[in-house]
Design a protein around this ligand. Structure first.
Ligand code: SF4
Ligand code: SF4
Length: 443
């Protein structure tokens, strides 16, 4: 794609990066076929190619974002299916991230929108506030039924619709908190390695059992696990809301504590059980590339970051002797490929192979490239598109008749579980079960 940035514009490293990305696009439109919003809405401006044009116009003309641009960028899930499909290697992620930052800085959203986004950006990354807000949501749930239903689903939903979506996603009860930062879990038997495990923000409130399963599997296989003190949210939530100041501050704080831990006790990896977080931590090196104090350390941390399935691939797991008791003696697991894992990190086979080797019958879900609609805060901010995507995902999952559904991202797990009675678990919970831990849901 031809671009017309001035030399003065190109002196800005972000614009220079955008120019490089835009020039790689040859407008072939292959990406439109796998874009969930284009598949649902059929509007070119809700396709990757359409959004790329909108972003190009905004950046090249140095115009403030228009309501039209904001509408179509807001509808993008950042699922990155377009990056998997694109034959020209267009880095849509870095382009849309830049557009979101510009929108956040230069576009004045309606007051209600600003307030809702500010609350999400403040509450979700803070486990204490998030826990308190879930209690409040439980109290507010009966009110949800009294709120009016929209007459037709809308791609520009009202505040009432968003509040209803938020209340619907809040769990009925919360588990007790997991272990605190600073905890160390020694290897069982001879120590073969030492890793940090990202504690996460929303996940540690909603499902501490996931990291407990990871700790069980790792220590059982000779790996010491440390939960690093003073670690915070990875920044993914505010990053996707376009608040780069908050996201980068969190990235710098995490880099500092992880580096200190690596120097103190050594770290073979920083493991992540929430693939949405993993994608952003692996991008710290890029996000802080212009920061002279952090660029080198950020790149090192990005190299250390690994999804739990990626790390376990290199370890011979105990063979399973489990009688799982599923259909016909076999136990069928529908594997839901989280977008951040399959498109963001290009990890497609490791989780399925680990599950198969552990004795599960793993079934791919039809249309597995399409997002389930979770996408961080998307299911709150764009509930109607998100619900349509969820229902499509559930219909596809139902075709493989699973005993359980496995995924590697808490956002997807919550979204999918909100529409099915089939148990939805994390891949690591099944691996824990298969190597001597409890059956998921039994503890
Ligand atoms: S597939 Fe890639 S090159 Fe083709 S239009 Fe989409 S982003 Fe551009
Ligand atoms: S990130 Fe997903 S929703 Fe956004 S343009 Fe790409 S494929 Fe479409």
């Amino acid at each position: 794609m031809k671009t017309e940035f001035s030399l003065a514009q190109l002196a800005d490293p972000d614009i220079a990066e955008a120019d490089k990305i835009l020039r790689a696009c040859v407008h072939c439109g292959f990406c439109t076929a796998t874009c969930p919003t284009y598949v649902l809405l059929g509007d070119e401006l809700d396709s990757p190619r359409g959004r790329i044009y909108l972003i190009k116009e905004m950046l090249e003309k140095d115009r403030p974002p228009t309501p039209e641009v904001v509408k179509h960028i807001d509808r993008c899930l950042s699922c990155l299916a377009c990056m998997t499909t694109c034959p020209s290697g267009v880095n849509y992620m870095h382009l849309v991230d830049q557009a979101r930052v510009r929108i956040e800085k230069e576009f004045r959203r309606p007051l209600i929108d600003r307030m809702l986004r500010a609350v999400l950006g403040r509450v979700l990354p803070d486990p204490k506030l998030f826990r308190a807000s879930v209690w409040l949501a439980r109290l507010g749930r009966p009110l949800a039924a009294l709120l009016p239903e929209p007459k037709t689903p809308s791609a520009t939903p009202s505040l009432v619709r968003r509040i209803k979506a938020m209340l619907a996603l809040a769990p009925g009860k919360l588990p007790a908190p997991g272990p605190a930062g600073g905890s160390v879990f020694p290897a069982v038997g001879e120590q073969r390695g030492r890793v940090a495990l990202l504690q996460g923000c929303a996940q540690q409130v909603l499902a501490p059992r996931i990291n407990q399963a990871a700790i069980n599997v790792l220590t059982r296989h000779g790996i010491e696990v440390v939960l690093v003190k003073d670690e915070q949210c990875c920044g993914a939530l505010t990053h996707h809301l376009g608040d780069d100041r908050d996201a980068l501050a969190r990235a710098r704080a995490n880099i500092a504590v992880w580096r200190a831990e690596a120097e103190r006790g050594g770290l073979d990896a920083i493991l992540v059980t929430t693939s949405g977080c993993g994608t952003v931590i692996k991008d710290y090196g890029y996000l802080l590339r212009e920061d002279p104090d952090f660029a080198g350390a950020a790149a090192q941390i990005s190299t250390l970051a690994k999804d739990i399935s990626e790390y376990l691939e290199g370890i011979e797991l105990r063979s399973s002797t489990l009688q799982k008791g599923g259909q016909d003696g076999s136990f069928v697991v529908a594997y839901h490929a989280a977008c951040s894992l399959q498109h963001g990190q290009k990890i497609t086979q490791a989780p399925k192979e680990l599950l198969s080797k552990s004795g599960f019958v793993v079934k791919d879900v039809p249309e597995s490239h399409l997002c389930c609609g979770s996408a961080g805060t998307y299911n709150i901010l764009q509930p109607d598109i998100a619900t349509r995507l969820r229902d499509r995902k559930l219909a596809n999952i139902a075709t493989v008749k699973p005993d359980m559904i496995a995924a590697g991202n808490i956002g997807c797990m919550t979204q999918i579980a909100s529409g099915t009675s089939v148990p939805v678990v994390h891949t690591i919970e099944l691996l824990d079960w298969a190597t001597g831990g409890p059956r998921p849901g039994s503890n």
